[in-house]
Design a protein around this ligand. Structure first.
Ligand code: C2E
Ligand code: MG
Ligand code: MG
Length: 725
């Protein structure tokens, strides 16, 4: 049978109380372990001169009525003659004995109401009257059965007590161990025999024993139902001491005390909880630490921040700092080289942070436990005390120095050096927040601002919040606009030198409820960061293809549409399918679509871009690719020859500012470069006559700009096409 520890304890307690009862009945006063003695005092002739109340009760008579009777009158017939017979000799032996003498005889007395009472008679000399004899009566009626029952109970109690793995001891009111089960050996290293009659203190370190005594003492006097109201716990966590002197955590549960006065005993159950404590410590560690780096996690940070705030209340004027770190370029490493390498870098970063802080801890009182990882590549460092705010900046620059050191990783043999950067935002405590969420948010905001430049640190400034707020609003706005279909495509014509329209560029607009329009430069970066651009980009492709299809069917079958593609879209392996599906759905041929990729997008990872551009063209034969904002990136000639690209779009900045000599020089070289590579050159930002004049002279063949038209909503574009198509 599987019993819970509580059930087991309950059973033991029940058995204990029965044993106690029996012991009490048997052990109360008799010198030989016999029950209470009921005595009669007799003359040598057997006449009763005195009787105890118990003896009188046993015979169903009053004390007075016993006096004067003889013992023979009280005996049952069948034992009387035997008794009478030996009486004289008995008296002689008792009285002549030098020492106290006792004789035991079994006899039967008759109760006043007639029934027989089997007794054991103890005969001895009366200590007061030498001539008298004392007769003690023991009720023997149930003795055998009771003895048997006692033995049985003792046995089962032992078995129970020895079955449990907890040590059980019973102590008396002087804290002497009266009973111990066999498990004491496993828990403390003492045998049961060794512990019995020892003080309970033996099981505790001497330095604590006194305190524990006081604690346990209260349990002697307050029993269970009242313990809770008296503030006594069901069990105590204490420190135990094994035979060899080892200390260990121990749980001490105390049963109700039993017995009265000097017979009071208390049952103590002692459980070794080393394993449980270890588990608890491990669980606690897991709950508050990051598994990968073993640094504290967000919960730990929040808890530590609470402590710092409490300390600051006690020491006003003290100042701390929270550094919020985010690795630059980690995502790319993780995506391209795999999570294993990503993990190695995170672990190494954690090590570097702790080491570098430890090395320079004089200015800002650093503690190892104040470095945290919040998840991903985000770390925070808490400086509980900085003398001057600048010190936090000193720490930040030390951190940057240590993180930019190349990370050496091994991947399938060869060792590679990976370079990472880190952006750090600093919030001062309490200057930049008097509660943990404000401090955290502000440090995070400052980090975002540092991120714009990369590999640098930035202190939080109030106006960052409004920027962060706008960014949040914008992010929410983009999400909502996607849901509500608030985006619209505008189209700007692309013409030849005679002003004849050849195609259009699709330009995205976000139309707000009040009719105002948000331009893409404001929301595209947010859409890219949140990757909402993937969904948005699909929508743009779909819509642009549909609308150019419409123009084809309404009499302008040769117009092309040019669609801007974000680097986030290019990174996706399914872009060629997405393009294909849009064309199919709209029934438009690939040769009528141009994808615009900015020069910077392509040059981020030129090899990868070449591979992806080739894939786009392979899956969509006839599709053309243009390099947008050409001249602002850093294409190298060797790459240019390898790009599967049809046209270059001169960035509008060069055109608008062509009066400056270096700009016109750049225009010249782009035009001749395009010519020699066999690419079409398109000029953007053609605003004025003289722009057009100049470009014509340089043999540029395509133009786009306000001079011809602003970007137009589709309805207005159809009018424009009628006039210029
Ligand atoms: P872009 O692709 O270089 O687009 C040309 C930008 O120049 C457009 O700005 C256009 O309105 C503007 N522009 C045209 N002619 C003139 C002119 O004569 N003078 C001046 N000063 N500006 C002129 P817009 O529409 O604000 O778009 C800005 C950028 O946003 C685009 O630059 C493009 O990179 C991006 N973008 C626009 N639509 C999308 C889109 O659907 N997807 C993606 N990923 N990016 C887009
Ligand atoms: Mg463009
Ligand atoms: Mg452009």
């Amino acid at each position: 049978m599987n019993l819970t520890p509580d059930q087991r304890v309950g059973r033991i307690e029940a058995s204990l109380s029965r044993v106690d009862e029996l012991i009490r009945r048997y052990k109360s006063k008799g010198r030989d372990g016999s029950p209470a003695r009921h005595t009669l005092c007799l003359t040598a002739d057997g006449v009763i001169t005195d009787a105890s109340v118990g003896a009188a009760q046993m015979l169903g008579l009053s004390r007075n009525s016993l006096l004067g009777q003889t013992i023979f009158d009280l005996l049952a017939g069948h034992t009387r003659s035997l008794f009478e017979h030996g009486w004289e000799a008995l008296v002689k032996r008792v009285r002549s004995a030098e020492e106290e003498y006792r004789l035991v005889r079994a006899s039967t007395l008759v109760h006043a109401s007639g029934y027989e009472v089997p007794v054991r008679l103890l005969v001895e000399r009366c200590p007061k009257h030498n001539a008298h004899i004392l007769l003690a009566l023991q009720d023997a009626s149930h003795r055998g059965a009771l003895e048997h029952e006692l033995a049985r109970l003792k046995e089962s109690y032992r078995t129970l007590a020895d079955t449990v793995t907890e040590a059980i001891v019973q102590i008396d009111h002087e804290f002497v161990i009266r009973f111990a089960n066999s498990a004491v050996y496993k828990v403390f290293g003492y045998t049961m025999e060794e512990l019995e009659n020892q003080g309970l203190d033996l099981l505790f370190p001497p330095s604590r024993a006194g305190r524990y005594r006081k604690l346990v003492n209260r349990y002697f006097f307050i029993d269970d139902p009242d313990r809770e109201t008296s503030g006594l716990q069901g069990s105590l966590e204490v420190i135990g001491r094994r035979r060899g002197g080892d200390l260990f955590p121990l749980e001490l549960s105390l049963g109700n005390s039993r017995g009265f006065g000097d017979n009071r005993v208390l049952t103590c159950i002692l459980r070794d909880i080393s394993a449980r404590k270890k588990d608890e410590r491990r669980l606690k560690f897991l709950a508050f630490h990051d598994q990968l780096t073993a640094l504290g996690n967000r919960d730990m940070l929040e808890m530590t921040l609470e402590q710092i705030f409490a300390e600051m209340e006690r020491h006003p004027g003290r100042r701390g700092a929270l550094l919020f770190l985010d690795l630059d370029g980690f995502k790319k490493v993780n995506d391209s080289l795999g999570h294993e390498i990503g993990d190695t870098i995170l672990k190494e970063t954690a090590r570097r942070l702790t080491n570098c802080l430890r090395e320079h801890d004089r200015v800002y009182r650093f503690r190892d436990r104040d470095v945290f990882r919040l998840g991903g590549d985000e770390f925070t460092i808490l400086l509980p005390y900085v003398a001057r705010p600048e010190d936090a900046g000193v720490v930040a620059s030390r951190i940057i120095e240590s993180v930019v050191e190349p990370f050496t990783v091994e991947q399938h043999g060869p060792v590679t050096d990976i370079r990472m950067g880190v952006s750090i935002g600093i919030a001062l405590i309490p200057d930049d927040g008097r509660d943990r969420s404000t401090v955290l948010r502000n440090a995070d905001t400052a980090m975002y601002s540092a991120k714009e430049r990369g590999n640098t640190y930035t202190f939080f400034a109030r106006d960052m919040n409004s920027k962060a707020m706008n960014r949040l609003l914008l992010e929410d706005g983009v999400r909502r606009a996607l849901r509500n279909n608030d985006f619209e495509l505008y189209y700007q014509p692309i013409n030849d030198e005679s002003g004849r329209m050849l195609g259009i560029e699709a330009l995205l607009r976000l139309e707000q409820e009040d009719g105002s329009i948000i331009l893409p430069d404001d929301f595209i970066p947010v859409a890219e960061e949140t990757r909402l651009i993937i969904e948005l980009g699909r929508w743009v492709l779909d819509r642009a293809c549909m609308q150019i299809g419409h123009l084809h069917r309404t009499g302008h079958p040769e117009l092309f549409v040019s669609v801007n593609i974000s680097p986030v879209q290019l990174e996706r392996d399914d872009l060629h399918d997405v393009v294909h599906e849009s064309l199919e759905r709209a029934g438009v041929e690939a040769r009528h679509l141009i994808l615009e990729l900015t020069e910077t997008t392509i040059m981020r990872d030129a090899e990868d871009a070449i591979r992806r551009m080739k894939m786009l063209v392979e899956h969509n034969p006839g599709l053309r690719i243009a390099i947008d904002d050409f001249g602002t990136g850093y294409s190298s000639l060797s790459y240019l020859t390898r790009f599967p690209v049809d046209s270059l779009k001169i960035d509008k900045g060069f055109v608008i500012n062509m009066d400056e000599e270096h700009n016109s020089k750049i225009i010249n070289s782009i035009v001749s470069l395009g010519k020699s590579l066999g690419m079409t050159v398109i000029a953007e930002g053609v605003e004025q006559d003289r722009h057009l004049e100049y470009l014509r002279g340089k043999a540029c063949t395509r133009y786009q700009g306000y001079y011809f038209s602003m970007p137009l909503p589709f309805s207005r574009l159809t009018e424009y096409v009628r006039e210029h198509g």
